[in-house]
Ligand binder design. Structure first.
Ligand code: UDP
Length: 193
């Protein structure tokens, strides 16, 4: 797929639909993928933070979440097809997981937010196999990484905000044999209530 450079970051030029088709294909083939949803703020952050920059560069997909990147791509004459907001991506991946009985791990947010989110997921998406969950404050990041390794889920949502979520994925990604790993910022807060 075509890449478009905006603010020195190569962005993947997908529609949400195209991206979802490819991600489901990856899951079905037991591949592992690291996906970053980018906005101008995180690109600026990466300029100051080498580990974060390394994480973004290592990702299999970097897609535009912020409208600023879409506007930027138009200004330079290489328009990105569309914005792919993190929250919408989570919702679509939950739908796909429900339809395909995928195993999903939820990592991040405050304990009470995570609990509300899981209650809602269990009700709304009964086909999802919840492989496990950890809030983003009380568990050790290393212990969570090990738990995910033993469960080998199809999708891992990491909701701790940038750069924490991408750095955590970057640090542990090599230990996994499969799974879609995606940093989803405040999505659990939005979807839990
Ligand atoms: N968070 C977390 N652990 C932390 C810091 C933040 O789990 O150590 C969670 C926080 O509770 C919220 C999310 O990460 O659910 C960050 O949301 P924010 O809106 O700041 O992220 P953005 O969407 O702006 O990247």
């Amino acid at each position: 797929m075509e890449k478009i450079e905006v603010l020195n970051i190569e962005l993947d030029n997908y529609t949400k639909e195209e991206l979802l088709i490819e991600l489901l294909e990856s899951v079905k083939n037991n591949r592992k993928r690291f996906l970053v949803t980018a906005n101008p703020e995180i690109i600026m952050m990466a300029r100051q933070n080498p580990e974060f920059a390394g994480a973004i560069q290592s990702a299999d997909y970097v897609v535009p979440d912020g409208i600023g990147l879409i506007i930027g791509s138009r200004i330079i004459g290489h328009p990105l097809k569309e914005r792919i907001p993190g929250v919408e991506l989570v919702e679509e991946l939950l739908k796909i997981s429900d339809e395909n009985n995928l195993a999903v791990y939820f990592y991040g947010a405050k304990p009470e937010v995570l609990k509300r989110l899981l209650d809602s997921v269990n009700k709304k998406y009964p086909g999802i196999r919840v492989a496990g969950s950890s809030d983003g404050y009380t568990s050790s990041p290393e212990a969570v990484a090990k738990q995910i390794e033993s469960k080998s889920p199809d999708i891992v949502f990491v909701a701790m905000g940038a750069p924490k979520q991408e750095e955590w994925i970057y640090r542990h990604f090599k230990n996994y044999s499969k799974g879609i790993f995606v940093g989803v910022g405040g999505s659990f807060d939005v979807l839990s209530g």
